[in-house]
Design a protein around this ligand. Structure first.
Ligand SMILES: *[C@@H]1O[C@H](CO)[C@@H](O)[C@H](O)[C@H]1NC(C)=O
Ligand SMILES: *[C@@H]1O[C@H](CO)[C@@H](O)[C@H](O)[C@H]1NC(C)=O
Ligand SMILES: *[C@@H]1O[C@H](CO)[C@@H](O)[C@H](O)[C@H]1NC(C)=O
Ligand SMILES: *[C@@H]1O[C@H](CO)[C@@H](O)[C@H](O)[C@H]1NC(C)=O
Ligand SMILES: *[C@@H]1O[C@H](CO)[C@@H](O)[C@H](O)[C@H]1NC(C)=O
Ligand SMILES: *[C@@H]1O[C@H](CO)[C@@H](O)[C@H](O)[C@H]1NC(C)=O
Ligand SMILES: *[C@@H]1O[C@H](CO)[C@@H](O)[C@H](O)[C@H]1NC(C)=O
Ligand SMILES: *[C@@H]1O[C@H](CO)[C@@H](O)[C@H](O)[C@H]1NC(C)=O
Ligand SMILES: *[C@@H]1O[C@H](CO)[C@@H](O)[C@H](O)[C@H]1NC(C)=O
Ligand SMILES: *[C@@H]1O[C@H](CO)[C@@H](O)[C@H](O)[C@H]1NC(C)=O
Ligand SMILES: *[C@@H]1O[C@H](CO)[C@@H](O)[C@H](O)[C@H]1NC(C)=O
Ligand SMILES: *[C@@H]1O[C@H](CO)[C@@H](O)[C@H](O)[C@H]1NC(C)=O
Ligand SMILES: [Cu+2]
Length: 564
């Protein structure tokens, strides 16, 4: 993001989140729900370190926003910190409300210090767990919270269960946008870290024999995470606020940006002497750089259990090794849309436009080696790209430029549909790994059916990239290792019940194919949700033109939308 390389926040707390939701009456009429976000600095202490961090309303883990599908949500933001800010409602479709999507310089200019902006949108046809976070530079490190959408339908496709959630998984960092010091559960790192106090551990209390719904969000800046609960099997029922065919798993994999709703059944008579079990998260990565290789622990505590004195010695669940790509692939292969009569999967069976995007790292020439900015190989600077285009953040809002049809000097509508020079994406990298730069977009006619194959590259190391699309959910119709092969792989697509998501990890040294229908006019960024890669340019944008009918056009901007 603009300035992302330079701006270094006072601190990072990356999180897993758990939130408890009280059941609300069913079938309430659609209404307007209003929240106020006052962005202020506040002092937070974790692991014996106290720092001043940007917060919403003075709290770290920001407010829980609760709506019902069909509701209008209005969030009045006041920026009272000495930095620009915007907010993104991660996973909300924003049907014809792109002015409220939030990514800075894409759908709005930043809310400057002292300014206000009201995000105002409806939530249509979505239910489950999503989340919100800042979308300017690295500010989402501390500015985030859950967004829960209660269902409108009277009958549930999954077993009804008391809610325990959201559980926001994050991380804490003492230096800057670099390597975190700890992973966190709802902002709490737990007992595995030095100087952890009694108030540093998140505890989830349950009653024997009951089934709970956990709402999990990976809010960490740069880390895909394994998640498991000792001696408990989990049942996945939703992903990214879409229903899936329920399946059980001992270990989950959650990428930054993704959410997962899972059922946990507490044993009728737990045999553990203390009736307390460790909930653990640890990273999944193939990065060639350094990473936070710690394990964070929260506690699943049964009612009536004696107070725990020995949190550190709780039996831990066995998690896969940090680089176990096979475990990740096996887990992601299990997701299927529920595809029921009530919640059908409208999978596009034919495609109007096909795209092939090679996604990965690359290099920039380094002009100056001042203060470690040239840490790439052979004195280069790290960059990232799609089809060798590293995204340049514009200086004004792309949506504003589009609305006024003033593209000159802001964007060019020539983002390549395929890599300029094909190569063996998962083999020996080409000699020249320098990227090009630009604010290049793909223009789409309204209602175009799009297929994108996202192919990881091994340039500077093959690595998994959680790609997030704004404005749409997409169907994940295929994935595999190695180079995508149009002759053989297309025939194996699942066009019956593929999972629908807003964020999908491009497998390490592999590919994933997604489909969506461009029925939401506006400008929508698609980017890696590892913030470090986003700041290196791993992004592009779709420019979806208006349709012919009045309800297929982007409305004018709200009067208070921030200008550059
Ligand atoms: C926001 O918080 C600051 C600091 O606590 C306070 O001075 C200001 O009045 C608050 N603004 C609003 C709109 O609540
Ligand atoms: C990143 O980490 C390295 C090694 O710990 C440190 O020297 C450097 O200052 C950090 N960078 C930032 C931006 O915090
Ligand atoms: C938990 O699982 C471990 C490993 O499978 C087993 O040894 C232990 O007995 C289990 N504890 C309880 C309380 O079920
Ligand atoms: C990360 O931690 C695991 C478990 O402690 C260990 O096996 C592995 O070697 C570590 N990897 C790195 C790169 O530090
Ligand atoms: C995973 O990491 C372990 C320990 O760091 C290493 O021995 C092993 O070769 C790695 N596996 C892969 C597939 O890279
Ligand atoms: C480089 O670091 C030094 C020492 O921390 C600092 O004084 C200087 O301003 C930095 N230069 C740049 C260009 O950031
Ligand atoms: C390293 O960079 C220098 C200067 O750009 C270049 O001449 C040299 O060929 C590079 N070496 C390798 C191994 O890429
Ligand atoms: C690409 O490179 C991989 C790894 O070296 C190799 O196994 C594969 O055969 C290569 N594919 C092609 C089409 O050359
Ligand atoms: C890439 O570099 C290697 C080693 O320097 C060289 O042998 C090879 O011919 C180069 N390949 C191309 C396509 O330039
Ligand atoms: C979109 O296109 C499909 C055919 O490809 C058509 O059936 C449908 O009516 C179109 N929808 C709109 C809103 O134009
Ligand atoms: C892929 O398809 C081509 C052409 O249809 C075929 O010749 C080849 O054997 C196939 N490769 C694999 C690995 O299935
Ligand atoms: C904040 O946003 C304004 C408007 O785009 C811009 O001029 C300014 O440079 C930004 N400030 C920072 C620190 O990025
Ligand atoms: Cu990435």
């Amino acid at each position: 993001m603009a300035g992302g390389r330079r701006l270094s926040p006072a601190c990072l707390f990356l999180a897993v989140a758990l939130v408890v939701v009280v059941a609300l009456p069913e079938l309430a009429a659609a209404r307007t729900r209003r929240y106020t976000f006052n962005v202020t600095m506040a002092t937070v202490t974790r692991l014996c370190v106290t720092k001043s961090i940007p917060t919403v309303n003075g709290r770290f883990l920001g407010p829980k926003v609760v709506v019902r599908e069909g509701d209008r949500l209005v969030v009045q933001v006041h920026n009272n910190i000495n930095n620009n800010v915007t907010f993104h409602w991660h996973g909300v479709r924003q049907l014809r409300s792109g002015w409220s999507d939030g990514p800075s310089y894409i759908t709005q200019c930043p809310i400057r210090p002292g300014q206000s902006y009201a995000y105002d949108f409806r939530i249509v046809g979505q239910r489950g767990t999503l989340w919100w976070h800042a979308h300017f530079s690295w500010l989402r490190a501390t500015l985030y919270g859950p967004l829960l959408i209660l269902r409108r339908a009277a009958s549930l496709p999954v077993p009804q269960a008391p809610h325990r959630g959201p559980l926001m998984l994050g991380a804490a960092d003492r230096r800057g946008p670099n390597v975190s010091d700890a992973y966190t559960f709802n902002g709490l790192p737990g007992p595995t870290y030095n100087c952890s106090g009694a108030s540093d551990t998140f505890k989830l209390r349950v009653q024997p024999g009951k089934t709970y719904l956990l709402r999990l969000v990976n809010a960490a800046l740069n880390d895909e995470l394994f998640f498991a609960v000792a001696n408990h099997t989990l049942t996945v029922v939703q992903a990214d606020a879409s229903y899936v065919k329920p399946f059980t798993a001992d270990t989950l994999v959650i990428s930054p940006g993704q959410t997962m709703d899972v059922l946990l059944t507490a044993a009728a008579s737990p045999s553990s002497p203390a009736a307390a079990f460790a909930i653990a998260v640890a990273p999944y990565t193939n990065t060639v750089g350094t990473f936070d290789n710690t394990t964070a622990i929260a506690v699943l505590e049964y009612d009536g259990a004696p107070q725990q004195s020995a949190l550190r010695s709780l039996p831990r669940p066995a998690l896969p090794l940090y680089n176990d790509t096979g475990a990740v692939a096996n887990f992601s292969a299990r997701f299927r849309s529920l595809a029921s009569a009530q919640y059908p999967a409208h999978v596009p069976r034919t495609v109007d436009r096909r795209f092939f995007f090679a996604v990965g790292l690359g290099a920039d020439q380094c002009q100056s080696r001042v203060n470690g900015t040239c840490q790439g190989p052979n004195g280069t600077r790290f960059a990232a790209s799609m089809n060798n285009v590293s995204f340049t953040m514009p200086r004004t809002s792309l949506l504003q430029a589009h609305y006024q049809r003033r593209y000159s000097g802001v964007l060019t509508a020539n983002f390549p549909a395929a890599p300029p020079v094909p190569f063996n994406y998962t083999g020996t990298p080409p000699n020249n790994t320098f990227v090009t730069h630009g604010t290049r977009v793909v223009p789409l006619n309204f209602n175009t059916t799009v297929e994108v194959v996202l192919q990881d590259t091994s340039i500077l190391g093959a690595e998994s990239h959680p790609l997030h699309l704004h404005g749409y959910d997409f169907f994940v119709v295929g994935q595999g290792f190695g180079n995508y092969d149009a002759n053989n792989d297309t025939a194996k697509y699942n066009l019956v019940d593929p999972v629908q998501r807003n964020t999908i990890s491009v497998p390490t040294a592999g590919w994933v194919a997604i489909r969506f229908v461009a029925d939401n006019p506006g400008v929508w960024i698609m980017h890696c949700h590892l913030d470090v890669h986003l700041s290196w340019g791993l992004a592009m944008a779709w420019l979806v033109n208006d349709g012919p009918l009045p309800n297929q056009k982007l409305p004018p901007p709200p009067s208070d939308v921030p200008r550059c």
